[in-house]
Ligand binder design. Structure first.
Ligand SMILES: Cc1ncc(COP(=O)(O)O)c(C=O)c1O
Length: 379
């Protein structure tokens, strides 16, 4: 099976091994404590705060909570802000697992359609939806959006913050993909929270999963100190805290320059994979349409009128796992799409495209009846 379910890459060695060795060396003083740090290790909170400050967003350690991945961050945010029946505005399409997490928290999702291609955020639409629905939260992935790969420009960022403030909506910005720029000459826009005004609430989420390795399960939240205190209380009955050793490993990476070196490896891998996948899909499936994103880890592909759900189901049978478009939508939207991540290269990317083309032929001739096997791991 060629698994294109998860948009996540293998660990960038030797940095995983080195960071774990560094963590082991730093561990002894922590072994004398109770080991429960519901807001995160002070050293890592400080380090993450310094990094925001260096990006032009002055941040104190009290504004940071370390979480169990970005998923843990969103879970705590939903607990705190979006009780049962509360509305959350989401990009349509958006990241499948977070949509599902929000549904399971009992939230009512209010989809805001993304513009075609890589244009991303249609601000007239956002303003109207936020004004009309006045949702409690709005969740956006402004940096290399999953699944489309779109990157919000500074004007879109400013307007998103402004529209959320006018509607009294808390803006949650997921920066999980932010370090995965794949073009050396691409100037990254200022972080969305840099456009915050005094009366707006912007909560930023980060993660080591895409920049480094999903197996670390380290994420974080940046918000006002009072929001962080409430989030720490909100997570208390879920996971109590994030493993100390992994926090020390990320802290080691951030302190030694290992993080930057690992991100470079990541970008190189992702760039090569993207180019291989794009070439293979263009060759094997010339009727499928997509834009080539300048960063992130995913291609959002229109499947020439074929059902994405049936492609996913038949793909399982011909040896390629892909999540269908509706996993990324609200109420069955995006049936004519699949998401392809840049996780395979060279001959494997070519074989993946060959298998997808075989699945497409079966679906096209009606031989692919059945329901998508809802494989849980869509990252
Ligand atoms: C936009 C986005 N947010 C969050 C996640 C999950 O992140 P984590 O592994 O840190 O929980 C992913 C993983 O694919 C993602 O793409």
């Amino acid at each position: 099976m060629i698994d294109l379910g998860c948009a996540a890459l293998p660990a960038p060695e030797p940095w995983l091994t080195r960071s774990v060795q560094g963590a082991l060396e730093a561990l002894p003083p922590y072994a004398h404590t109770h080991g429960d740090y519901p807001a995160g290790l002070p050293a890592l909170r400080e380090m993450l705060a310094e990094r925001y400050t260096a990006r032009g967003i002055p941040t104190m350690p009290e504004q940071i909570m370390v979480t169990t991945g970005a998923m843990g961050a969103i879970d705590a945010i939903c607990h705190l802000f979006a009780g049962r029946g509360e509305r959350i505005a989401v990009e349509s399409p958006s990241y499948a697992n977070i949509l599902q997490l929000m549904r399971e928290a009992g939230a009512r999702l209010v989809p805001v359609a993304m513009a075609e291609g890589l244009a991303g955020w249609d601000m007239d639409r956002w303003r109207q939806v936020l004004r009309d629905a006045a949702p409690r939260l709005a969740y956006v992935v402004a940096d290399f959006h999953n699944p489309t790969g779109a990157l919000a420009g500074e004007d879109q960022r400013r307007q998103l913050v402004d529209a959320a403030r006018s509607a009294g909506t808390v803006l949650v910005v997921d920066e999980t993909m932010s370090e995965l720029s794949l073009e050396p000459d691409l100037a990254m826009p200022r972080p969305v929270c840099g456009f915050r005004t005094r009366r707006s609430t912007v909560i930023t989420i980060g993660s080591a999963s895409k920049a480094f390795w999903a197996g670390m399960r380290i994420g974080w939240v940046r918000a006002a100190p009072d929001v962080i205190r409430s989030l720490v209380a909100a997570r208390a009955y879920a996971d109590l805290g994030t493993p100390v050793l992994e926090q020390l490993a990320v802290n080691w990476l951030l302190n030694t320059g290992g993080w930057e070196a690992a991100v470079d490896v990541r970008r190189q891998q992702a760039r090569e994979n993207r180019d291989a996948l794009v070439a293979a899909v263009r060759r094997e499936l010339p009727g499928w349409e997509f834009e080539v994103p300048r960063g992130g880890l995913t291609l959002w592909v229109r499947t020439g009128g074929l059902s994405g759900s049936r492609l996913a189901e038949v793909g399982e049978r011909v040896g390629v796992r892909v999540p269908s478009g509706p996993r990324f939508g609200v109420d069955g939207a995006f049936e004519g799409y699949v998401r392809l991540p840049f996780t395979v290269s060279g001959a494997v990317a070519e074989e993946a495209a060959v298998r997808l083309a075989a699945a497409a032929r079966l679906v096209d001739t009606g031989a692919g009846a059945g329901a998508e096997v809802a494989h849980p791991f869509v990252a």
